[in-house]
Design a protein around this ligand. Structure first.
Ligand SMILES: *Cc1c(COP(=O)(O)O)cnc(C)c1O
Length: 223
């Protein structure tokens, strides 16, 4: 198994340019498997449950960058605020407010991405360009000193239709460019486009992704 994870990582990394960050999505996987990926040199891990991430943080080396990639409930922010590297899926002013509050309590700044709704499926979370602009224009946001908005995140429709996937990724890149121009022109923190999973990260990179989130292609489907 050790060799398998190392080989999978190597295979995935071969196709990822040096400017793109690989987040190994380790949700539901036991710490032993994360440890193996760590020993192969992987330092960025992605989780989607706050308490699970906090337990893994405790058990693994502290030079790991922890990415929270799931939908974050307000009452769970406190579990990850002390150590999280990047919260990928911020989709309301309310959760941003709580992240800022917990960041102040922990005397730090927390990096966040705004999640956009780019897929066809209605069930998926995410902002529209209008709501994102509203959040960024609000007085409440402008008064938040302990959150840093570093870019955008999105998930494409789960389909084998390459053109459709690319179109959705392109729309996320356009949202990024729009916000950059309107709100972050002189802000070098705003630089990330988090898109691409096991099935579509190569398309995502070609469409401008800077962070890919890959799970099953590294850790396998089960366990
Ligand atoms: C699970 C998950 C991934 C990884 O999915 P794979 O298809 O296993 O690579 C990426 N992003 C998010 C938001 C996820 O929940």
């Amino acid at each position: 198994m050790t060799q398998e994870i190392q080989q999978n990582l190597k295979t995935v990394l071969q196709d990822i340019p040096s400017g793109v960050t690989l987040v190994a999505v380790s949700k539901t996987k036991p710490v032993e498997l994360l440890q193996q990926a760590y020993e192969a040199g992987q330092r960025d891990f992605g989780e989607n449950k706050a308490q699970e991430m906090a337990v893994k943080y405790q058990e693994l080396p502290h030079d790991i960058c922890w990415h929270f990639i799931g939908h974050l409930q307000t009452n769970k922010v406190k579990y990850i605020a002390p150590f999280v590297s990047l919260i990928h899926a911020v989709d309301s002013l309310k959760v941003l407010h709580e992240i800022n509050k917990q960041a102040i309590i922990n005397d730090r700044a927390i990096d966040c991405l705004l999640e956009f709704h780019i897929a066809e499926e209605e069930s998926k979370f995410g902002l529209s360009r209008e709501t994102a602009s509203e959040i960024l224009s609000s007085v409440e946001f402008k008064e938040m000193k302990n959150v840093r908005i570093c870019g955008v995140m999105g998930m494409a429709t789960y389909t084998s239709d390459e053109e459709k996937i690319r179109k959705e990724f392109r729309s996320l890149k356009e949202h990024f460019d729009f916000l950059k121009k309107g709100f972050f022109l002189n802000n070098s923190d705003f630089k990330e486009v988090s898109m691409g999973m096991s099935g579509d990260y190569l398309y995502a990179i070609e469409e401008g992704s800077t962070i890919v989130r890959v799970g099953s292609k590294i850790f396998g489907l089960r366990g």
